[in-house]
Design a protein around this ligand. Structure first.
Ligand SMILES: *[C@@H]1O[C@H](CO)[C@@H](O)[C@H](O)[C@H]1NC(C)=O
Ligand SMILES: *[C@@H]1O[C@H](CO)[C@@H](O)[C@H](O)[C@H]1NC(C)=O
Length: 308
């Protein structure tokens, strides 16, 4: 948007300069008038575009900006009553709620390696709409307007696609994120269990073909997936560099707060309605991320994905 405004401004200045080619003695003044007029048009156009954009996307505050490196950002929010409807597990079920962002858990290089795993897996399928997922645990992979089971579909050949190293990296990353969440919320990491679904997502600007492609609706993870207590997202590509739109938005009563994705950035939050959120539509490019979620209920825990 900013780049477009600059380009527009350049175009307008360019045409003002062309219109003002020196022809006669008044050209100097004409040039100045044209230039000022163009500058005013460009500036007000930019302001207009900026204000209409802010009103349209309802973004008031940036929690994590792309380009900055956050060590530990944590914002506490009052817990909703959502956890009361479930069995409580002391020392794990949220008593303290909130959201955090850290660029210090996973390196950019690790994120790039994970992104290559995602690219490899997702290249075998892909939704007809703009949002594809690959669930390493169940093997679910978007294909056309439905899902196939990657492991069943490819059988032994899966070992040509994913290596033991890929799974080891996933386990390591999952463990470090789990540790980070435990630390931020003051609970023991061993009281949390990985839960499903845990999946890679690849989103581009292609129009949705089924409701599975409609990732942008505001939602509450605990309502969508009852087992979730803590949700985390690891971003694998860069906002404004690899894709446009696609920011994560916490929707609070008073304001919306965004997290701008960047490779290696981990965002995590308690899964109840204190953290109503949505993802903006991706306007261009491709956005990769992985969702890794945790439950306090051991009955809903799953093991790490393994090479079958
Ligand atoms: C988006 O991804 C789908 C596959 O999931 C592909 O068919 C489509 O061409 C892509 N669209 C763009 C704009 O790259
Ligand atoms: C937050 O964003 C939503 C959707 O974009 C918008 O409808 C709402 O008015 C925004 N809220 C505030 C407080 O700006």
């Amino acid at each position: 948007m900013a780049a477009a405004a600059v380009r527009r401004r350049r175009r307008q200045q360019g045409s003002a300069l062309r219109n003002a080619d020196p022809q006669g003695e008044r050209s100097g003044r004409l040039w100045a008038v044209c230039f000022v007029a163009a500058a005013v048009v460009a500036l007000s156009g930019g302001l207009l575009a900026w204000s209409s954009r802010s009103a349209e996307d309802g973004v008031a505050e940036v929690l994590a900006r792309r380009g900055e490196t956050l060590l530990d950002k944590f914002v506490e929010v009052p817990c909703s009553g959502d956890y009361d409807g479930y069995r409580r597990f002391e020392g794990c079920t949220p008593r303290r709620c909130g959201r955090g962002v850290s660029d210090a858990v996973i390196t950019r290089e690790e994120a790039e390696r994970i992104r290559r795993i995602a690219e490899r897996g997702l290249s075998l399928g892909g939704s007809d709409g703009g949002a594809s997922i690959l669930d390493l645990h169940s093997g679910a992979l978007s294909l056309g307007k439905q899902f196939v089971n990657l492991y069943r579909y490819f059988g032994d050949k899966i070992q040509d696609i994913f290596t033991e190293e890929d799974f080891a990296l996933y386990r390591d990353v999952r463990q470090r994120i789990q540790q980070k969440i435990a630390e931020a919320f003051g609970i023991s990491s061993s009281s949390m269990y990985l839960t499903k679904p845990t999946f890679f997502s690849r989103i581009n600007s292609t129009e949705a073909k089924t409701t599975h492609d409609e990732y942008w609706h505001p939602h509450i993870d605990k309502e969508t997936y009852g087992s979730f207590d803590y949700t985390s997202l690891l971003y694998l590509s860069d906002y404004a560099e690899d894709f446009g739109g696609g920011r994560f938005v916490f929707m609070d009563a008073g304001s919306n707060k965004t997290v701008e994705p960047q490779a290696g950035r981990v965002s995590f939050f308690t899964s109840g309605s204190e953290n109503l959120h949505r993802v903006e539509k991706v306007h261009w490019g491709t956005r990769y991320a992985i969702t890794i979620s945790f439950t306090c209920n051991p009955d809903h825990g799953i093991g790490d994905p393994v090479l079958m």
